[in-house]
Ligand binder design. Sequence first.
Ligand code: CO
Length: 408
Amino acid sequence: MEEKTGTRGSGPLRIRDIRVVVTAPEGHNLIVVIVETEEPGLRGLGCATYAYRPHAVTACIERHLRPLLIGRDARNIADLYQLVHYNAYWRNGPVVNNALSGIDMALWDLKGREAGMPLYQLFGGACRDGATVYWHANGDTLEEVEASVQAHLEAGVSHVRVQFSGYGGAKEADWAGSRPPGIYYDPAAYRRSALKALGHIRDRFGEAVELLHDVHERLHPAEAVAFAREVEPLKLFFLEDPLPPEQLDWMGRLRQASATPIAIGELFTHPAEWTTLVARREVDFLRMHLSAMGGLTPARKAAILAEAFGVRTAWHGPPDQSPVGHAACLHLDLASPNFGIREGGRFSEALREVFPGCPETRHGRMYASGLPGLGVDFNEAAAAAFPPNEAVTEWTQARRPDGSLNPP
Ligand code: CO
């Protein structure tokens, strides 16, 4: 039999150019990386969204990574990941990780486009048709929170993250006076109001709703341990980010104190942060921000490691992540046996216009577009109508009652 020659993928597919676009259709700076190849029309898209340092990420890609990568073989994802990761000698920071993620996701997108398959197929195929999502419910009164939960249930979403007055119960800590600007926050008032709201929703809706809650790293470690015990009778689906990354050695104590499932990781940028927690079985759901950890390559590895230890995934899915980044999470979700839950996924008309092929959520599950690669495209002309947001970041300036800064 004659040997088949010219198999696709056997020769190099050279990178011709790399471009970066910052666009803010919803006010959040979304950073899109476009990797173009020598094959006309064949390009990949990646998410490098570090919404609060867009110029640093853009400069890293345009000034450092573009010259490093032009002319190299776009097919060698694992090798190029290592090359970029170690190229600056110092690594694992959010700026360089986001820049790396933009390249890495674009190379995976390219791989799928070239193969003519949705990316989850290249990850081993689908374990499920769609990824179960949780949506956020919020309000300044119990009635508002309840109405928000009711609306989600009516839309078919049964997993709801319940917050009272945002992250901090700010209404109880809304002091007047000559204090530095910021979002005032009283830890004791927060714990009381969050417990009250969660208890109210459990009483009102019973087992019809799966409850989640985000501490957003704002408590001192001992307060976080106590809070995990206080919410235990409410049987949460998970308690999110009880501790900041600087205090991970408290996770063991948290685990011993409470049976409440713990999700953590959106601020992680260093592999030691997640590998250690997983190996000690001190976490139930890993929820890293894919671009901040460096892209799809490290996320796949983390998901596979977690599976071996009985830990599930709940990748971070905030509005300050592009639909390209959301799609990257979704393809992992579809292909990972240990998928836990997907955050958010509600894309406005403006986002859909800029990013045709956005994932869609129906009856509590998120679905990929079915197109090859990540399945999302990018309309640069539409994006140009939404220039970057240059405002100084304010929401991270959380302060305690005495005016001192608190982790946001
Ligand atoms: Co969070």
